[in-house]
Design a protein around this ligand. Structure first.
Ligand SMILES: Cc1ncc(COP(=O)(O)O)c(C=O)c1O
Length: 367
């Protein structure tokens, strides 16, 4: 492919940080882990951050630390990466889906409200593609004190809602550092952020075999810590995140300008006074999605589909919960129409133009 969909950054500074950590720190729970946690908490504007070996574990431990259990339902979106719902399953609770908003692809607050029952313990909005979910509406659902909110920020490092970073609104916010995310740790990794010290401590024990001291365990935990070498790389990446996010927004603006006159193509929701997105992905929508994808790929432009199968229609979710086609029509339509275009901080202006020209050629071949 001439133009890739995504391109994680790994530079000399990260390499040096990794080697330094391997040579001078403990491989597990070294100093870099705690420094990374402190710096990430400060970045999000919260008191505590606890690292994990993946975003999925951050979500699962957040639910468990907030005492979500097998009697509980968690309302979330079926239009996300499957890990969102899997974390609910692994916490022992039942995922209850609410359909999405057509424009933002995030959970529709009215649909979510209708799914709240006496069994509902938590709402789990996802800031899909780096575009913040309606957090005012989600917060309304938690006002009664009976429900909690956990934010899935795995695609939204640094995004802001009404001037505040996502992750700081819910009881816990969860992040992933999988390589193609807005920042990575040079492998898998995750982080849970919270203002609640007790919850932070419980997540810290859950990721570390349930330990309260080296030989004593008071929870059934897992071995799901972030490696020291990954934390060292994460610290360097975090320092560059703001600059990278701004570059992503600049690229999105270029796409917006170059593509806004294409008939038959819907562009992503844009920035507003309330919402500062971070464009983890730049996603367009068209009812000719598969043809457009083939056309772009034929010209060496890599595209992605996030996600071609909504979670409720994944074989395991059909089998476990009996979901069928038609259960969440907006998510199903989106999964047939969305297309992710190349987006990464170091993407050259020429490449953005090339993708845009190729899209114009597809929709209006004779101009
Ligand atoms: C929305 C969403 N939730 C959860 C996850 C899970 O994160 P991880 O892959 O680090 O376990 C991801 C990552 O791919 C994601 O995009």
């Amino acid at each position: 492919m001439k133009i890739p969909l995504a391109m994680p950054v790994f530079d000399e500074e990260m390499k040096n940080a990794a080697v330094d950590a391997l040579q001078n720190e403990k491989f597990v729970m070294g100093e870099s882990v705690f420094k990374f946690e402190e710096e990430f908490a400060r970045y999000c504007g919260v008191k505590h951050a606890v690292s994990t070996s993946s975003g999925t574990f951050a979500l699962q431990f957040a639910l468990q630390a907030l005492h979500v259990n097998s009697k509980d339902e968690v309302v979330t979106t079926p239009f996300s990466f499957i890990a969102t719902a899997n974390s609910v399953y692994w916490a022992g609770a039942t995922p209850v889906f609410a359909d999405i908003d057509n424009k933002t692809y995030n959970i529709n607050p009215n649909e979510a409200k209708q799914k709240v029952t006496s069994e509902t313990k938590a709402i789990l909005p996802v800031h899909l593609y780096g575009y913040p979910s309606d957090l005012d509406a989600a917060a309304e659902l938690t006002e009664d004190g009976k429900h909690i909110m956990i934010e899935d920020c795995c695609q939204a490092h640094g995004a802001k809602y009404r001037g505040r970073k996502v992750g700081s609104f819910g009881s816990v916010g969860c992040f992933s550092f999988y390589p193609v995310k807005n920042m990575t740790v040079g492998g898998d990794g995750g982080m849970a952020v919270t203002n609640d010290e007790e919850v932070a401590k419980r997540i810290g024990r859950l990721r570390d075999c349930g330990r309260i001291s080296h030989y004593e365990h008071d929870l059934i935990g897992l071995t799901a810590r972030l490696n020291t070498v990954n934390a060292a790389i994460g610290r360097v990446q975090l320092r560059k995140l703001e600059e990278w996010n701004q570059k992503r927004r600049n690229i999105a603006q270029m796409y917006d300008k170059l593509l806004n006159d294409v008939n038959g193509l819907e562009l992503p929701p844009s920035e507003s006074r309330e919402i500062l997105p971070v464009y983890h992905l730049y996603v367009v929508k068209t009812n000719r999605r598969n043809e457009l994808k083939a056309h772009l790929e034929g010209e060496g432009i890599q595209c992605g589909i996030h996600y071609p199968i909504p979670i409720h229609l994944q074989p395991i979710y059909r089998q476990l919960y009996g979901f069928r086609e038609g259960d969440f029509p907006k998510s199903e339509l989106a999964s047939n129409q969305v297309l992710s275009l190349p987006m990464y901080p170091e993407m050259e202006e020429e490449a953005v133009k090339q993708v845009s020209h190729s899209i114009h050629d597809f929709f209006t071949p004779n101009t």
